[in-house]
Design a protein. Structure first.
Length: 279
């Protein structure tokens, strides 16, 4: 049988092989190094911007802002076995917290009182309340307050499935982020009910667990005098006060705040907001 393909001169084949060999050698010398099994990867400069893949999941963005992926890192979130119950240190300021809001009837007068006395607070919001109150959320941030996650619909998370717990926390973080540009760094379980799964899922979403030291009992609507006595009686360095700006008639909370807040300030107490890494 005759082969119809023209014969390629031997010299041409040798020259082609030499060129290909040089190209492969150049690629091996300039390509990114690969670590040997059990070895370490040699140090290298940062990859070009186009080489950094953009991840569609917004929860992987740095909490401090929206820098390009790889330029900043989220603070590590501990998986606690119990929430923060009080601030550390013998002389640490108190922390004032409000749950269940925001509520357009009670949150604005509370914010007015805090601004008048130059006090910052932490608001643990429910997603179903926060979703349509973007203006109040932005006011909180603009005036120096901290927004925390208090679930979407205030269920008992310890009796909910993993999927439900994740959805309750995730939806609320997303609602807050849509309003103010960043997700919460703190969470508080409804009813103060925690278990290992709640701690873990909160940490996976970048949130640390925060509880309270002094319950104002305003959720019972016990009368203004009782609320005032509860807070004044429990005041002290590092105390975390629980109050509510939604979830019922909170007019007693607002009235009581007008009394106990200036009294505590006059007695030398100071208030602050939690900072990640300091508790």
């Amino acid at each position: 049988m005759t082969n119809d393909a023209p014969l390629v001169p031997r010299r041409f084949l040798l020259r082609t092989a030499a060129v290909l060999g040089a190209a492969v050698t150049t690629h091996l010398l300039t390509a990114d190094p690969v670590a040997e099994p059990g070895g370490t990867l040699p140090a290298a400069g940062p990859p070009p911007a186009a080489a950094v893949p953009a991840h569609p999941d917004h929860r992987l963005r740095p909490l401090a802002g929206y820098a390009a992926p790889g330029t900043a890192r989220r603070l590590p979130t501990p998986v606690r076995t119990k929430p923060v119950l009080r601030m550390p240190g013998a002389a640490h300021p108190m922390v004032l917290t409000f749950d269940d809001g925001p509520d357009p009837r009670y949150t604005p007068p509370i914010l007015d009182l805090l601004r008048r006395h130059h006090v910052r607070a932490t608001f643990f919001v429910c997603g179903e309340m926060a979703e349509n109150q973007g203006g109040l959320l932005r006011r909180m941030v603009d005036e120096g307050h901290v927004i925390g996650n208090h679930s979407w619909s205030h269920p008992l998370l310890t009796r909910a499935s993993t999927a439900v717990v994740r959805a309750e926390l995730e939806r609320t973080s997303e609602a807050v982020e849509r309003a103010v540009g960043r997700p919460p760094q703190w969470m508080r379980a409804p009813y103060g009910a925690w278990n290992r799964r709640v701690f873990r899922l909160g940490a996976e979403l970048g949130m640390d667990a925060f509880a309270w030291t002094v319950d104002s009992l305003d959720w019972k609507e016990p009368g203004t005098r009782t609320i005032i006595d509860q807070v004044l009686g429990g005041a002290g360095p590092g105390v975390i006060v629980l109050a509510h700006d939604a979830g019922g008639d909170r007019s007693q909370t607002v009235t009581a705040l007008r009394t106990w807040l200036p009294r505590l300030l006059a007695d030398g107490h100071r208030f602050t907001v939690p900072v990640r890494g300091e508790v």
